[in-house]
Design a protein. Structure first.
Length: 280
C-alpha cells in the first residue's frame, strides 16, 4: 500500500499540487480504462443515453468529443462500479492524509482522453472552484494517470502558489453577462497571470497509476499532445468533499440538481443523505 511522505504533503501546501507515484495498481488501471472506454463507445453509438428524468443530486453525463479530445463528466453515478473500483485501491486515504481531512465524500468525476496531435488536446487554463457552489479547502481533485504522461503526452500544468488566492475568478463556464459578484475577478486576469513571463508554471509528468492531488483553487490546464506515436493520454479525476466544506452558491455558480435540493442549507456542509461519507 502506497504511503504519503512528509515531502508530498509539504509540496501540496507549498505549490497547490502533489504527485504520488504508483498509487493505483496496474490491474485497476486496466479495469478503469476498460470501464471508461466502454462508456465512451456507448456514448458514440448512442446506446448510453442521458436519463429522461433528472437525477436529484448530480448533473447528467456531459460528453465532448472532437479533434482527438474527449471530455466526459459525471459518469460515476451512472456506473457505480467506477466509484467502487477507485475506493478499493485505498486512494481516499492518500487524499485525506495530504489535505488533512478526517472524512471524505465524492461528488464529481471527469475523464480526459486524448489522441493525435491537435492543439485542441490541450485542456485550457482554469481552476475548479470558480464554478462550485461548495467552498472550503477540502475540495481537492484526485487526478489518476491511466497512461504514461510524458512532456509530449499532454501533461498537467499548474500555476504554483495559486491555491493561496483569496479571490475567485468569473469562469467562462459560469452563466455569462451577470454583474461580477464580490470577491470574483475577471477571467482575463487569470489568463494574464499564467501568461506572465515570470509565471511559476509546473509541468507534471506521470506514469500510469500515479496520481496528482490538486487544490481546488490551483490554476491548471494541460499541454497539448505532441507525441507522434499512436498512443493516447487518458486520465480520470474525482472531486472530494472533506471536513471544512460548506454550501454557498453565488449568482454565477454552475448549478447542479443538488443546488436546488431542499435539504441543502446555505453556510452548512452538504447533508449526508445526499453526499454519503465514503471514507473512512
Ligand atoms: O487531464 C486534463 O487534461 C485536464 C484535467 C483537469 O483540468 C481537471 O481535472 O480539472
Amino acid at each position: 500500500m502506497t504511503q504519503v511522505t512528509r515531502q508530498q504533503i509539504d509540496l501540496y501546501n507549498q505549490v497547490g499540487t502533489t504527485h504520488i507515484a504508483n498509487a493505483f495498481p496496474s490491474d485497476k488501471v486496466r479495469e478503469l480504462t476498460e470501464l471508461l472506454d466502454d462508456i465512451i463507445e456507448r456514448l458514440r453509438a448512442g446506446t448510453f443515453p442521458n436519463h429522461a428524468q433528472q437525477h436529484p443530486v448530480f448533473r447528467d453525463t456531459e460528453f465532448e468529443d472532437h479533434d482527438g479530445y474527449v471530455r466526459l463528466v459525471n459518469v460515476m453515478h451512472r456506473v457505480p462500479e467506477i466509484q467502487q473500483l477507485v475506493l478499493s485501491t485505498g486512494v481516499a486515504a492518500l487524499v485525506a492524509e495530504v489535505i488533512g481531512a478526517r472524512s471524505l465524500r465524492v461528488w464529481l468525476d471527469a475523464t480526459f482522453s486524448k489522441v493525435g496531435q491537435a492543439p485542441e488536446t490541450a485542456t485550457p487554463w482554469h481552476n475548479d472552484e470558480c464554478t462550485f457552489s461548495f467552498q472550503g479547502e477540502h475540495l481537492p481533485s484526485l487526478w489518476i494517470a491511466l497512461t504514461d504522461v510524458d512532456e509530449d503526452n499532454s501533461p498537467l500544468i499548474t500555476l504554483a502558489g495559486s491555491h493561496r488566492d483569496t479571490h475567485r475568478y468569473y469562469s467562462t463556464f459560469s452563466p455569462q453577462g451577470l454583474p461580477i459578484p464580490d470577491n470574483f475577478r475577471p477571467w482575463s486576469e487569470l489568463l494574464a497571470r499564467v501568461n506572465a513571463p515570470d509565471a511559476d508554471i509546473r509541468v507534471w509528468t506521470a506514469k500510469a497509476g500515479d496520481v496528482l492531488i490538486i487544490h481546488p483553487k490551483t490554476i491548471h490546464g494541460s499541454l497539448p499532445r505532441r507525441s507522434a506515436s499512436d498512443g493516447r493520454r487518458l486520465a480520470f479525476t474525482i472531486r472530494w468533499v472533506g471536513d471544512d466544506v460548506v454550501w454557498r452558491p453565488t449568482p454565477i455558480t454552475m448549478l447542479a440538481p443538488f443546488d436546488k435540493h431542499p435539504a441543502m442549507v446555505r453556510g452548512e456542509p452538504p447533508p449526508e443523505n445526499l453526499f454519503p461519507v465514503v471514507w473512512p
